[in-house]
Design a binder for this molecule. Sequence first.
Ligand code: SAM
Length: 279
Amino acid sequence: MTLSPLVQLGRRLGLGKVKRFIRSRWNERQEAWFQRHQVAFAQDLSFTEMAARFPERNDMHAYAVHYYAHNLPDALRQHRTYYKQSLRGFGENAFHAMWWMLLREYQPGLCLEIGVYRGQVISLWAMIAQIVNFSCEIHGISPFTPLGDAVSVYREDVDYLTDTLNSFKHLNLPAPTLVKALSTEPAAIEHIASHSWDLIYIDGNHDYEIVLADYRLCRDHLAVGGLLVMDDASVNTAFRPPQFSFAGHPGPSQVMAEYAMHELQFLGAIGHNNIFQKI
Ligand SMILES: C[S@@+](CC[C@H](N)C(=O)[O-])C[C@H]1O[C@@H](n2cnc3c(N)ncnc32)[C@H](O)[C@@H]1O
């Protein structure tokens, strides 16, 4: 009797690996289905127009998934491919569409990311600023070590600071200002407090107390009209992630619901990224 190819694969690789393989193939198929051409999503909208036309969280997310495939400049898709290789970055294709729509519309002059990892988001900002042709000063605060938290573990075998700067060189982008510190350390707090930011992206430690400290400091030093984007913050919202997506973690989601939703203007969300404006 011949065994089915899947059973043979299972015996060779182990059940866990086979399950992960099937899940990742299924996710790719589902995302490809979301990316099929859809007339309802075909128009190239600004972030504000998109949020007005598609107020439901799942529709905003579906619009961004579709946008990535049909409207995003090629250079930015290539940037995403570069960061997906060797797992250099996290997130979804749809987030590249989100950053493009946001930066093209708001053109923030002074931008900060908390939690840089290997520089996917800050290098994307630099590239978008070049394409749209506006001046954008980019800062990042991160330990540049494998430091994780209650829900995250990172690779030990990467020199995160050198790796980030090498990627900027590889992509022909001007070097960013990087502060090697935890967001809760004095050097980082002073750095954040000594500027008035047009855009801050919080994607560092995911534990509630740390996210809350990051949120409070950033809220206070965001320029009026500035944007605050909170990553991993859509748990317990109306967002029902498709298989290839993810609603986030409890810590950032709780801070988002308890504070940001009441203190800032909610502009919209793409998957687990929630976008606010200081009024
Ligand atoms: C999820 S990763 C960021 C991913 C990145 N935004 C991207 O899209 O590729 C979180 C990063 O935050 C860093 N981190 C952890 N605790 C931090 C803290 N207290 N302050 C700043 N960064 C922190 C981690 O070491 C890691 O590099």
